[in-house]
Write a new protein. Structure first.
Length: 313
């Protein structure tokens, strides 16, 4: 199978990806758009005419960002709070053409939601899953408007460390490791893109996962010393090279607007290209730009969809 390629590379920026495009009439939601990659993604989309809603946990921070982005709106969204997600989806009116599931967190230790769900899995995956399901009809209306609607799920090379543990997704019986928990959630992001495309492509809705690469953002603010050392070791081993925020947001924007990804989903993008697939036992150090089979497996995507629907319904 030929992988999808684009003109963009690891050094391309989000601004370069949208150069020359006209997104007038496109309505977009970007989660986690009060800092880092979310801001840069929203800014790039709005710069070429998209009507962007910043979905943020801290509305004051969102308003400060919106003041720098022409036409941007702000709506509160706490992905770890099912009621907050429901208020967002119930309050959405009209079509939606683009959902960028960008928000994410890393914890330094075990934290849980009020349902006792492990916080990284709950926020990074379950919250976005519920958000997308709640906005599904709006996305279908958006697809009817423009021929397609797209979902971008921000994953990570961390997915290479662990697949989803269906037997103990919330670390109720196993010792907690925040890096493994994050890895599981990032694999789940990719599997969501597979599952959503399988279910919604007939309605013109297509989802893809992206690896933004190594970017220094607020995501690392709660790292333990062990997590910092692990990141430093990975950089020293050449597993990744730090990108600017603009470069990190570029692959999300490629998935959002590049014509090469029109009406196709279930892919995992890295450095602006569709990534090559590697076996589940492949070493991250040997394949820093690959995607493991467990992150694209249709049967696992269906299993995760069923679990997620049961938990969030």
């Amino acid at each position: 199978m030929t992988l999808i390629s684009t003109p963009f590379t690891a050094t391309s920026t989000a601004a370069e990806v949208v150069a020359g495009l006209d997104l007038t009439g496109v309505r977009a939601v970007v989660t986690g758009a009060s800092s880092g990659l979310g801001v840069e993604t929203a800014r790039a989309l709005a710069s070429v005419g998209a009507e962007v809603t910043l979905a943020v946990r801290d509305p004051a921070a969102g308003e400060a960002v919106a003041a720098t982005i022409a036409g941007a709106a702000v709506r509160p969204l706490d992905l770890a709070d099912r009621a907050s997600v429901r208020r967002f989806t119930d309050g959405w009116a009209g079509p939606l053409h683009l959902l960028v599931a960008n928000a994410g967190l890393v914890t330094g230790g075990l934290a849980r939601t009020r349902e006792a769900w492990e916080l990284q899995f709950a926020t990074n995956h379950l919250g976005h899953f519920a958000l997308a399901r709640g906005l599904r009809d709006a996305l279908a209306d958006g697809a009817a408007d423009r021929g397609e609607a797209r979902i971008v799920a921000v994953s990570s090379t961390a997915h290479m460390r662990a697949g989803v543990d269906f037997e103990d997704p919330h670390f109720e019986r196993r010792d907690y490791d925040p890096q493994i928990a994050y890895a599981r959630s990032k694999t789940a992001n990719s599997l969501f893109a597979v599952g959503a495309t399988r279910r919604w492509a007939a309605d013109g809705i297509f989802a893809n996962a992206v690896n933004p690469g190594g970017v220094a953002t607020g995501l690392q603010r709660d790292f333990t010393e062990a997590q910092k050392q692990s990141l430093a070791a990975a950089e020293a081993a050449g597993i990744f090279t730090y990108k600017t925020v603009g470069q990190g947001a570029a692959t999300s924007v490629v998935a959002a607007v590049a014509p090469q990804f029109a009406r196709t989903g279930g892919h995992y993008l890295d450095d602006g290209q569709e990534a090559y697939t590697v076996p589940d036992d492949a070493e991250l150090a040997d394949h820093p730009h690959g995607v493991k089979e467990w992150a694209l497996d249709a049967a696992l995507a269906d299993r995760l969809w069923a679990l997620s629907a049961e938990l969030t319904s």
